[in-house]
Design a protein around this ligand. Structure first.
Ligand SMILES: Cc1cc2nc3c(=O)[nH]c(=O)nc-3n(C[C@H](O)[C@H](O)[C@H](O)COP(=O)(O)OP(=O)(O)OC[C@H]3O[C@@H](n4cnc5c(N)ncnc54)[C@H](O)[C@@H]3O)c2cc1C
Length: 410
């Protein structure tokens, strides 16, 4: 089987590693000259950690990353509303891990470069895709440095992010859902928030100055993501950042008190493509669905997608499943977005930005559960298991007569 993956972002690179382990040859085409290093994802939930482990990169991710301790919801004056201690489920093999996306990209790329089954080609922009007339293969039109090229494969996987050309080739501008009336400003900053009693992950509930502050590297870099009015231009966002920090962060810091590395404005969305499969073309991760970043479900959901897609393609490659297993991928991954990722991520955003912090422990069901879990073992267990609700085992659709048992497949 020949698989073409469009996009060498974290989802495309992970999919390539998973397929390569099963002996499938993959070519990744990416429009950019190298790995994207904008400040975006940093937290990967246990469900995504399982996929990174299957791709063979977890040891390196853990070497470069950190396992956070507590997750705390606070009022703007820093006082604690409630908290989950040891949120990462440390000591379990799938413990939530933190690693800035650019560093994750480098780890994934180095593994791909060392794998004979994977070829990564940069400066190759896919401009159109389609399934052959007989339905037995797929093609991609690509703009490369030498002009337009046509690539063919058995399957094409669109992992080309929020503005996916693969999705646009299938559905035009149709990407149902909504865009929030807010922009999130993701900043990376050296400022010792832990000295003010902040935990490794903090959500500050406030109608105007809501934010998330989390430690993202072992040398003390913090991610501070806050909301701004959508009317502000990128230049106005940058100009407003010192006043925003001074007003909302503990210690009311002035620019000389911290070292700011990045300021990245992002519009935020809740959207899902009409289908994740059309013929020989498949969509995964941001190309397939988008959610706001509060709670870190974007790439977590994307990595779980590619874990499932790999199981399906490996099943087809080995004759353990028919091609219709890819319809299951389409059906179930859309269901997981609609029933788990979309509602939970939406609640996460509304919790920080539109809740009365004084009433949160009587009005917000999730925070009430978090509070209860502090003393009730069963509720804590429910909370810990809840993070796996995005998962689905596609190997259950393998033909039991043809597929070897799970232990033999590993
Ligand atoms: C501020 C912020 C914080 C976030 N925090 C978290 C978090 O903590 N945890 C989490 O799980 N998620 C988080 N997310 C979401 C996460 O960053 C995204 O879900 C993730 O980056 C998507 O990965 P991807 O591989 O699907 O797409 P991308 O990372 O966007 O990669 C797409 C790749 O496709 C390439 N490409 C695009 N178009 C073409 C084309 N036409 N031809 C060829 N190549 C193309 C691009 O160059 C790029 O390399 C956050 C997002 C934001 C904005």
């Amino acid at each position: 089987m020949k698989v073409l993956v469009v996009g060498a972002g974290p989802s495309g690179l992970t999919l390539a590693l998973l397929l390569a382990k099963a002996g499938i040859k993959i070519t990744l085409l990416d429009a950019a000259p190298t790995v994207d290093d904008r400040p975006r994802a940093a937290h990967y939930a246990p469900s995504a950690i399982r996929v990174l482990k299957a791709a063979g990169v977890l040891e390196d991710v853990r070497r470069d990353g950190l396992i956070p301790k507590n997750m705390t919801w606070r009022k703007i004056d820093g006082s604690v509303i409630t908290s989950i201690t040891d949120v990462a489920q440390p000591g379990t093999p799938d413990a939530l891990t933190v690693l800035p996306l650019n560093m994750l990209g480098k780890v994934l790329l180095s593994h791909c470069e060392g794998n004979a089954n994977v070829t990564v080609l940069w400066n190759k922009k896919v401009v159109d895709v389609g399934t052959d007339g007989d339905g037995k293969g797929a093609w991609a039109k690509v703009q490369g440095e030498q002009g337009e090229e046509t690539w063919t494969a058995d399957y094409i996987c669109g992992c080309d992010g929020a503005n996916s050309q693969v999705r646009k080739s299938l559905f035009g501008n149709e990407f149902p859902g909504h865009t929030w009336d807010a922009q999130i400003i993701a900043t990376n900053v050296y400022y010792p928030l832990d000295k003010f009693g902040y935990d490794d992950i903090n959500f500050i509930i406030h109608n105007e100055d809501y934010y998330m502050a989390a430690k993202i590297t072992t040398d003390g870099l913090w991610r501070v993501s806050y909301g701004e009015d959508t009317k502000l231009t990128p230049e106005e966002v940058v100009a407003h950042q010192p006043a925003k920090y001074e007003r909302m962060l503990p210690g009311n810091p002035k620019p000389g008190d911290y070292k700011l590395l990045n300021v990245g404005p992002y519009r935020i969305h809740q959207r899902m493509a009409p289908a994740f499969r059309v013929g020989r073309i498949l969509l995964a991760a941001d190309a397939a669905h988008l959610c706001n970043p509060f709670g870190g479900l974007g790439l977590t959901g994307g990595l779980v997608d590619v874990g499932g897609l790999a199981e399906c393609l490996i099943g087809v490659q080995n004759g353990w499943a028919g091609d219709e297993i890819l319809d299951k991928y389409d059906e179930i991954r859309r269901e997981k977005f609609q029933e788990v990722i979309n509602p939970i991520s939406s609640s996460n955003f509304l919790r920080v930005s539109a809740t009365d912090p004084g009433e949160a422990l009587v009005n917000d069901e999730f925070l009430m559960m978090v509070e209860k879990a502090r003393t009730d073992k069963e509720t804590r267990e429910e909370l810990d298991q809840g993070v796996f609700a995005v998962c689905h085992d596609f190997t259950q659709y393998y033909d039991k007569e043809k597929a070897p048992k799970a232990e033999a497949r590993l």
